[in-house]
Design a binder for this molecule. Structure first.
Ligand code: SAH
Ligand code: SF4
Length: 410
């Protein structure tokens, strides 16, 4: 979501105002730092980076430092108290006027060139909902991104069409909870169908899905529309019903497990990934083992695991953080190890199979591509393949990445 917000600002700055990106801070007039508040570690990283940016100001006193995103929303001008070199702070709720504010800060009218120098990427991110109303007890998102809002349906269609016309082959639809999208009677399933009808757009992905908003119609749409990639990111967080309740996730493990089975039955070859939090307040060894066993049973294609981080404003913040840092680390690494083992087994079964891939990038003689299920495939080739869809045969696996060779271009 942050990449998407940064792209939106980049788009406005370059298309409306004629600004362009540089490759090094040393050559910049303005540095925009987009921040995340989900865990305190992300904020610590941002703080240390701001410190380093201030040092650049010594070499270039005209450099402007702009802090945007969730940390800017949460802390506002408190950031400036700690870092006097910061020039502007714009919270995530003001994302739409960010480019305008930045231009007002620095650029003069000479900069308003109106040269359309924005280059759309092969894969573009498109935010379809902002904010969230779920108030999971650990999560800061509803406080820093506000209540859930769905973006105007027609605007989304226009945006995806414009991208497709300018070389984009795949769109990744983003939201905290994409499957609760609703705009003037258009739900997520209808939105997907409409985007799938856009000419020259070949793939549609989406994340994140909330298990409670996955209905049968949506499953049918994903099954029937070939352009929709069969990859579902479906955060489970925990498999202990006691912890799920305390997290305010509003589903049980049994419900989640049945949903996974239904998805696997109905969507051929679907890949399912998840998010897990370890060390939530009062998570006992038994609760943790429930989650570990569920991971062994479900066998996710991949997962992200996070150590619980207490965030202010959330209801869990008032709970006692019972699990020690050491124990969180241990649980984190146990899950990671197990899941890496499972993912490795799953992808090693792909050796010898034919996969349809979209080439995203070319670097040092190697094409980086992805299968429809979202697995990364590296191929020897040339730059001319970037943006193309073709079939590859999977030859080998190395550290969770696949290596293939081209069979034919589609
Ligand atoms: N809206 C999405 C995800 C939002 S944040 C969803 O509901 O699934 C991405 C992930 O960060 C979450 O799925 C969760 O696993 C993790 N996360 C969020 N808040 C956290 C916290 N306070 N501590 C640790 N992990 C957290
Ligand atoms: Fe946070 Fe829960 Fe909303 Fe996801 S669904 S953004 S975890 S409150």
């Amino acid at each position: 979501m942050n990449i998407c917000d940064s792209d939106t600002i980049d788009f406005s700055l370059s298309t409306i105002y004629g600004a362009s990106k540089v490759t090094d801070v040393l050559y910049a007039d303005v540095v925009i730092l987009n921040t995340c508040s989900v865990r305190s570690q992300s904020e610590q990283k941002a703080f240390s980076y701001i410190g380093r940016l201030e040092e650049f100001k010594l070499q270039n006193p005209n450099l402007k430092i702009v802090i945007i995103g969730c940390m800017a929303e949460r802390l506002g001008y408190k950031i400036k108290k700690r870092f006097s070199g910061v020039d502007l702070i714009i919270g995530s709720k003001d994302i739409n006027i960010t480019a305008f504010k930045i231009i007002n800060l620095y650029f003069t009218n000479n900069y308003l060139k109106k040269n359309f120098n924005y280059k759309f990427k092969v894969i573009e991110y498109v935010t379809i909902t902002s904010g969230c109303n779920n108030y999971c007890s650990y999560c800061i998102v509803p406080f820093v991104r506000g209540i859930e809002k769905s973006i105007n349906y027609q605007l989304l269609i226009d945006k995806c069409s414009l991208m497709a016309k300018n070389g984009t082959k795949e769109v990744m639809l983003l939201g905290q909870n994409v499957n609760s999208y609703k705009y003037n009677g258009v739900n997520f399933s209808l939105l997907l169908k409409r985007i799938a009808s856009i000419e020259n757009l070949y793939r549609i992905r989406f994340m994140t899905n909330h298990p409670n908003d996955f209905d049968d119609k949506l499953i049918d749409t994903i099954t029937n529309e070939y352009k929709i990639c069969p990859h579902i990111h479906l955060p489970m967080q925990s498999a202990s019903n006691k912890i799920l309740k305390a997290m305010n996730r509003k589903y049980t493990y049994e419900y989640y497990f049945n949903l996974v089975n239904k998805l696997r039955k109905k969507i051929p070859g679907v890949s399912i990934t998840t998010d897990i939090i370890v060390g939530f307040p009062n998570e006992t060894e038994r609760d943790f083992n429930d989650t570990l066993n569920a991971i062994k049973t479900i066998k996710f294609d991949g997962l992200y695991v996070f150590k619980y981080s207490a965030r202010s404003n959330t209801t869990a913040f008032k709970m006692f953080d019972t699990v020690t840092t050491e124990e969180k680390k241990r649980r984190h690494s146990v899950i990671l190890k197990e899941s890496n083992k499972i993912s490795a087994k799953i992808i090693s079964k792909m050796i010898g199979s034919t996969q349809q891939v979209l080439a995203e990038k070319f670097d040092n003689g190697i094409i980086k591509s992805r299968t429809r299920t979202g697995h990364k495939v590296f191929i020897n080739g040339s730059e001319k393949y970037v943006g193309k869809i073709f079939n590859v045969i999977i030859k080998s696996v190395k550290v969770n990445s696949l290596y293939g060779s081209i069979i034919n271009k589609i």
